[in-house]
Design a protein around this ligand. Structure first.
Ligand SMILES: NC(=O)C1=CN([C@@H]2O[C@H](COP(=O)(O)OP(=O)(O)OC[C@H]3O[C@@H](n4cnc5c(N)ncnc54)[C@H](OP(=O)(O)O)[C@@H]3O)[C@@H](O)[C@H]2O)[C@H](O)CC1
Ligand SMILES: [K+]
Length: 502
């Protein structure tokens, strides 16, 4: 799914009005009907009172229509027009008479008391916000946020105060429980700094013109079922274990053999034909017992150091390196030799990335189209700090282009930058996965997908999706709280079935 900028959304709006064709006030009616429908579906069983705050633009217009529709549905509704500007938009004005009970807010003192527990609908600003909100209007936003404990806040299209494609910094902004976003995610929703502003994002189809959506060019995308289904390749009925490649997992050290076990097992569950785990001697029994399907090569010491580069053969379809290997000087030396010698795309994570941030010249030795999977701290160590998360996104994208690598920056919506400048966000996953070993599993999955012949881009998008989906399926069964990395591996099979049957 494409992520459009605020300007592109306006253009989609205009294109739809001209080419469907449809009057703009009816497009507003359609968008608002989707919102009202969602509210009836979500709150309809025992409907609470609705308090709807409308702005002067078309976001406010949506709010006015929602107020009318919910009232017609028999809900208890109160609506206010927040006069932040002197002039209302045309479609806002057209809808005001259809909601005669409309009340007005001209200053902070007009803010009503809304005591009975209910739903606060924020329809003050949408994609038309052009600057940070100031003065008494900012005060209204703070007053609405103060109601968070008692009321459920639902924002229409955007939480008021947030700009779709610019940093909001500390500007006043609604903190919504839900954001009902029209047709597309906005870039701002993808960034961790806005997580508690947008809340849970629900995408509502409002029938914007498909021709515009198909032809519009955008760098940012959200991975969806359609993309994943297109990537998925069913297995060859005549396959043998050689068909799906042989991968090498280089992982583990004394006290961190779990990382190697998780990566190797995830690599197998992702579908690699054969897996060899290259590990220190101290982990031999552990690996052979925990993952009997994997072959083992060992080092004589407690760390990977002396000769792992010597074992690397061209017959390995790919390599996953990093989980738990430590950052000893000898390990760094061996990594350098490996990078000089191996030419196919590989997966680098964790300590492999930490070593590279200490010896940045190694960045230029990584085989093109390899996949790096840093978490935000590792990313900062590799590429430096940024002022805000929009800037970090640009840095991510420019590094992927410059180095011709795929870089996955871990997060709620992991951002995956491609060598051509495109950035994909992965929507699957949950907070239960923010625990030890989850990244080692991802390394294994990505290596397993590369190994069986998926292109690096396909492996990246599908791997991140499967990893998150397996975590979601596990959390549905055993809760986010008790989820551990091994559960992600255990539910990978169900995630595969889900992808296959979509
Ligand atoms: N996506 C679609 O196709 C559809 C979207 N709809 C809804 O329309 C809004 C966008 O509506 P728009 O009228 O362009 O903008 P807003 O309603 O978000 O806000 C515009 C008004 O806000 C004023 N403004 C802007 N910044 C500030 C500020 N910092 N402080 C005070 N006032 C501000 C602006 O006035 P100016 O002074 O800047 O002229 C406008 O009065 C979209 O989000 C959807 O909700 C359609 O309904 C359906 C199709
Ligand atoms: K809003």
């Amino acid at each position: 799914m494409k992520i459009l900028s605020a300007q592109q959304i306006r253009a989609a709006d205009a294109y739809t009005i001209e080419h469907e064709p449809i009057r703009s006030v009816l497009l507003m009616e359609r968008a608002a009907a989707e919102c009202a429908g969602w509210m009836v579906h979500t709150f309809g069983e025992n409907p609470p009172p609705f308090y709807i705050f409308c702005g002067m633009g078309n976001n406010g217009g949506d709010g006015l229509v929602i107020a009318r529709l919910l009232k017609e549905h028999g809900f208890s509704v109160q609506a206010w027009l927040v006069h932040h500007s002197d002039k209302a938009s045309e479609d806002n004005l057209a809808n005001q008479p259809h909601y005669p009970e409309l009340q007005h807010i001209h200053s902070l003192t007009d803010f009503p008391s809304i005591d009975a527990e209910g739903v606060v609908v924020d329809a003050i600003f949408g994609t038309g916000l052009s600057r940070p909100v100031e003065g008494w209007t900012a005060g209204i936003i703070h007053k609405i946020n103060d109601q968070r404990g008692r009321h459920t806040i639902v924002s229409i299209d955007m939480p008021s105060g947030l700009m779709a494609d610019k940093p909001a910094g500390h500007a006043p902004c609604i903190h919504a429980r839900y954001t009902l976003s029209f047709q597309f995610y906005k870039l701002a929703f993808m960034l961790p700094e806005n997580a508690d502003r947008a809340g849970q994002v629900v995408i509502l189809e409002i029938g914007l013109h498909p021709d515009y959506i198909t032809q519009v060019q955008t760098r940012f995308h959200v991975v969806d079922k359609h993309i994943v289904r297109t990537i998925y390749q069913p297995r060859d009925p005549f396959a043998h274990k050689g068909t799906y490649g042989h991968s090498l997992i280089i992982a583990g050290s004394y006290g961190k053999m779990g990382a190697a076990v998780l990566s190797a097992r995830a690599c197998l569950r992702a579908g690699a034909g054969l897996v060899t785990a290259h590990i220190p001697r101290c982990g031999y029994e552990i690996m052979q017992t925990a993952v009997p399907e994997a072959m083992c090569e060992t080092e004589d010491t407690q760390h990977i150091n002396t000769h792992f580069h010597e074992t690397v053969k061209d017959s390995y379809a790919t390599i996953g390196i990093g989980p738990g290997i430590g950052t000893e000087a000898a390990t760094a030396k061996a990594l350098e030799k490996l990078l000089s010698q191996y030419e196919k795309p590989m997966v680098l994570d964790a300590d492999a990335l930490n070593i590279i941030s200490t010896y940045p010249f190694l960045l230029h030795k990584i085989p093109h189209s390899s996949i790096l999977t840093p978490h935000p701290k590792e990313f900062e160590r590799l590429f430096g700090a940024t002022e805000d998360q929009f800037e970090r996104l640009e840095l991510l994208s420019s590094k992927a282009r410059e180095l011709q690598l795929y870089i996955l920056l871990k997060g709620r919506y992991s951002a995956m930058a491609c060598p051509d400048g495109a950035v994909y966000f992965n929507p699957t996953g949950n907070p239960g996965m923010a625990s030890a070993g989850s990244g080692d599993v991802l390394t294994g999955i990505l290596t397993g997908l590369l190994c069986q012949g998926y292109t690096p881009k396909a492996a990246l998008l599908l791997g991140a999706w499967l990893h998150g989906l397996a975590g979601d399926l596990a959390a549905d069964d055993i809760s986010e709280e008790s989820l551990i990395a091994e559960d992600i591996i255990n539910y990978l099979g169900q995630a595969w079935l889900n992808v296959r049957n979509t």
